[in-house]
Write a protein that binds this ligand. Structure first.
Ligand code: AMP
Ligand code: MN
Ligand code: MN
Ligand code: MN
Length: 276
């Protein structure tokens, strides 16, 4: 039964609004869908207010939280979080403030490089969404400074580039505790995206587990199909359950549509086993 436990809507940096996302997921045969926007549950709340969702689609309330594991920026997906939790709400407001401050610094740097007005521009493109770097990328494209969002990251916003601003995200122990306070399960997202050696990845998983983490995203949309077997060995070693998600942002994204990520290995202990 197709499941997708990592997706984005226009409440953060995704293209589809939450209802359109659910409709697309349903059309693709996804029966269990987590909406996990960056540092916001606004899209989930909107869906929870709907009287019914298309088909028998089961919505898992989620969030993808920006966090720090030592000096490394990582993402922690919270699944089955209570969107009414005041601890979570307060925490996510703090994330919004950090994002605003980082955005102002990004804009200062772009301004110094001769690209003015990007804070206001990105904010306008974000609208009610949680402000994120793709909004800056879209602004740079719209203002004619870059020919694609990819190139905006490669030239300005990506790792080591002039407008790459370090952000003091809360540490993983705080993030995991906040997810737990909201009744959720804490999942380390897309482990291969951090581009760590296997030794460092092993250390990160140990650190995440000691910090209260529950699970590892064993299967993620952009990773090669053969990666899951080795990640399963690491998950087992660190007693982490397994999750799976496409990390879908847009229908234009060619590498993986909703629910299109490879299957979880059959022997994996899953996040829904943890829930049971
Ligand atoms: P933020 O959470 O504001 O730091 O933005 C991170 C988001 O930017 C990621 O979730 C991706 O959706 C997007 N992103 C990061 N790096 C790139 C890249 N090199 N090209 C395109 N999008 C990217
Ligand atoms: Mn994103
Ligand atoms: Mn992420
Ligand atoms: Mn994501």
């Amino acid at each position: 039964m197709p499941v997708d436990l990592h997706t984005h809507s226009s409440a953060s940096d995704g293209e589809l609004d939450p209802l359109a996302l659910v409709q697309r997921a349903h059309g693709r045969g996804v029966r269990t869908l987590a909406l996990t926007d960056h540092d916001t549950v606004a899209g989930v709340c909107l869906l929870q207010r709907q009287r019914e969702l298309p088909g028998a689609l089961q919505l898992v309330p989620g969030v993808e939280i920006s966090a720090a594991a030592g000096s490394l920026a990582v993402h922690v997906v919270g699944l089955w979080v209570d969107t009414a939790s005041s601890a979570l709400d307060e925490f996510l407001h703090g994330q919004g403030r950090l994002r605003a401050e980082r955005g102002q610094e990004i804009a200062r740097r772009l301004g110094r490089a001769g690209l003015p007005g990007s804070y206001e521009g990105a904010l306008e493109l974000a609208g009610d969404a949680q402000l994120s770097r793709p909004h800056f990328a879209r602004f740079l494209v719209a203002a004619g400074h870059c020919s694609s969002e990819q190139k905006a990251f490669r030239r300005w916003l990506g790792r080591g580039k002039p407008a790459d601003v370090r952000c003091e995200w809360p540490d993983i122990a705080t993030v995991n505790a906040t997810i737990h306070a909201a009744g959720g399960i804490a999942v380390l997202a897309h482990p291969l995206k951090y581009r760590l050696s296997r030794t460092r990845l092993d250390a990160l998983l140990g650190q995440f587990r000691s910090a209260g983490g529950d699970a590892l995203e064993l299967v993620s949309g952009a990773q090669p199909g053969h990666a899951a077997a080795d990640l399963l060995r690491l998950a087992t070693k660190h007693q982490l359950a397994c999750s799976t998600g496409s990390d879908f942002h847009s229908p234009k994204q060619t590498w993986c549509d909703l629910g299109g990520q490879p299957d979880l290995p059959e022997q994996a202990t899953t996040v829904w086993d943890l829930r049971a």
